[in-house]
Design a protein around this ligand. Structure first.
Ligand SMILES: C[S@@+](CC[C@H](N)C(=O)[O-])C[C@H]1O[C@@H](n2cnc3c(N)ncnc32)[C@H](O)[C@@H]1O
Length: 215
């Protein structure tokens, strides 16, 4: 049915409750890691709640949100619009772009100053992690930070019973999903694709933020 002036459009905003719990801790890491200027590309922006909360606190950096699912893009843009209004009309969030990390070409210019990816590589096949690192190596400038947030195994083992249960639930939904091992899966992939590990930050709820630099 076509929307008329009398039929309000449905609200496109999605809500991912975890973003409210982890956003302050992630922002604190970004504030001590990111360059002051340039474009940050966020992969797998989801609802767009991270972008709307964090980007205004990182000006003059410009935030480019993206997601694989087309249905997430209106949500991301709606939250970005709210954030623009809350900040007196000036915004530093670009319109969201559809970006599938497994595709060989990404719809962004090279010369990206920083990359952020939260909670994606365990809710996607391993090919998504590979695509993420291969694509990041192409679009990031030399020495740019690549910030990866989520749950990880360490040396093959879960770091908490809750992460083990989460891993089981992921794999029951899709056998190709699962909590990745930082040491045996992710770090070797980073090394192969031209990244050096800079720092691992312990985060609330048994998550990690892993910071790489592009060589
Ligand atoms: C659990 S959500 C995380 C969203 C947000 N980053 C957060 O932390 O709340 C996982 C996201 O990964 C995205 N995703 C899955 N496969 C992807 C792919 N191949 N390329 C890019 N994004 C992907 C999904 O569309 C979804 O928005």
């Amino acid at each position: 049915m076509t929307a008329t002036p009398d039929t309000p459009r449905p609200d496109p905003r999605r809500h991912m409750p975890a973003t409210l719990r982890n956003r302050d801790a992630i922002l604190a890491v970004l504030q001590e890691t990111l360059p002051r200027q340039g474009v940050l590309l966020e992969i797998a922006s989801g609802s767009g709640e991270h972008a709307a909360f964090m980007a205004p606190q990182l000006t003059p950096l410009v935030w480019q949100p993206s997601d694989y699912e087309a249905e997430n893009l209106p949500s991301i843009d709606a939250y970005a619009g709210d954030s623009r209004i809350a900040n007196g009309g000036s915004g530093n969030i670009l319109p969201a772009v559809q970006l599938d990390v497994t595709q060989p070409s990404w719809p962004v210019q090279a010369g990206i100053a920083a990359l952020l990816c939260c909670n994606m590589i365990h809710i996607a096949p391993w090919a998504a992690a590979e695509g993420l690192f291969h694509g990041a190596a192409i679009i990031l400038t030399k020495n740019a930070p690549f910030i990866l947030y989520g749950p990880f195994r360490r040396n093959g083992a879960h770091t908490a019973p809750s992460n083990a249960a989460f891993d089981d639930s992921l794999q029951s939904r899709n056998a190709d999903w699962g909590v990745r091992c930082l040491d045996t899966d992710v770090l070797p992939l980073a090394q192969r694709t031209g990244f050096v590990l800079e720092r691992i930050v312990e985060m609330p709820a048994n998550n990690l933020t892993v910071i790489f630099r592009k060589l």
